[in-house]
Write a protein that binds this ligand. Sequence first.
Ligand code: GH3
Ligand code: MG
Length: 314
Amino acid sequence: MKKIQIVDDSQSNIRKLENLLNTHFLVTVARTGEEAVRMAKENVPDLILLEVALPDMDGFETCRRLKAQVESAKIPVIFVSSLKEKEAVIKGFEVGGQDYIIKPFEARELVLRMKSLLKQESSRKRLEQHVKVLEEQNEKLKGKIQKVDRLSRVDFLTNLMNRRDMQEKIRAEINRSIRHGRSFTLAIVDIDFFKNINDTYGHDCGDHVLKHFVSTLKNSVRSSDYVSRWGGEEFLLLFPETKLEEGKRACEKIRQKINESPVIYKGMSISITATFGISEYRPSVRIEELIKAADDALYKGKKTGKNQVVVQSM
Ligand code: GH3
Ligand code: MG
C-alpha cells in the first residue's frame, strides 16, 4: 500500500481526506509544517497532500524545506488549498510542488491526480534503479577491459611488456623525437645457443634462464629505458634520448654483465651469452626500417661469432 502524508491542521479537513483515502492508502497526518518535514524524513511517504494555510510556516515554505531535504526531495507534493488566485498556484509550482488542487475539490479528481503522480514516481524510481544497475555493470566492465588491456600488453612468462606494447612505445618515441629533434636507440638482444639449453637441461630450465636473463637486463638499464620480450628468447630494448654510441656502450655493459652472471639451476651453473643488434633513430625513418636495421645488425653479430654488440648504420 502506498503511504500518503496529509499536512493540515483542520480536524474536519483531515477527517474528510482520511475517509476518502483510508481504503486505498496508508495515511499519516502532520499538523504543522515543522512536523511534516520531520515526518517525511523519518517515515518517507510516497506522496504528500499539503495545505497552504498552516499554523507555523505556510505550505509553500514547508514544500521548499521538503525539497531541500535529501530524504524527501523527490516525494511528489500536491497542494490542497482554498487559495484559488493564479499567483498562489504559480507559487505552488515554483517552490517545487507537482500539482495544485483548489478546494472545494471533486474527490474523484483528487484521487485520479494522486494516482497519476504515484504512477509517474514509480516509473521514475524504476528507471533510477535501472540506471544504477547499468552504471554498476559499466564500472565492472571498465575494470575487466582494463585488466584485459593490461594482460594484452604483458608477457606471461617474464612479466615484461610484450611486442605489441613495445611497438606503441617506439611509435610514441618517434613522435617525441620528431617534436624535440632528439634521437633514440633500439637494441634487439638474442640469447646465444638457447636451443642447446632447452635440449640439454629441459624446457623448464630454459624458462628459468629466460627469467634470470630478464632480471639481468632490467637491473642493467636506466629506469627511463624500456625492456620488452620481442619473441622467444629475443628482447627489444629502447633507450630514449640516447645516441648510437651511448646506446652501444650501454649494451656492451649489459653484455658483459650477462657473461659474468651464470644461471644457477638445480645446483648447476649455466653460462649464457647474448648478441646485440643496435640501430639509432634518424628523422623520416619508418618504425619497420628502424627495427629491421637492429635485426640486420643482430643477424650480422650471430654470423660473425655471437656474444657481441653490432651497430647498423642507416
Ligand atoms: P642463436 O645462438 O643463433 O640465437 O641460436 P638459438 O639456439 O639461441 O636460437 P634458435 O632460434 O635456434 O632457438 C631458440 C629456441 O628458443 C627455440 C625455442 O623453442 C626456444 N624458446 C622460445 N621461447 C621459449 C620459452 O618461452 N621458453 C623456453 N624454454 N624456450 C623457448
Ligand atoms: Mg638465440
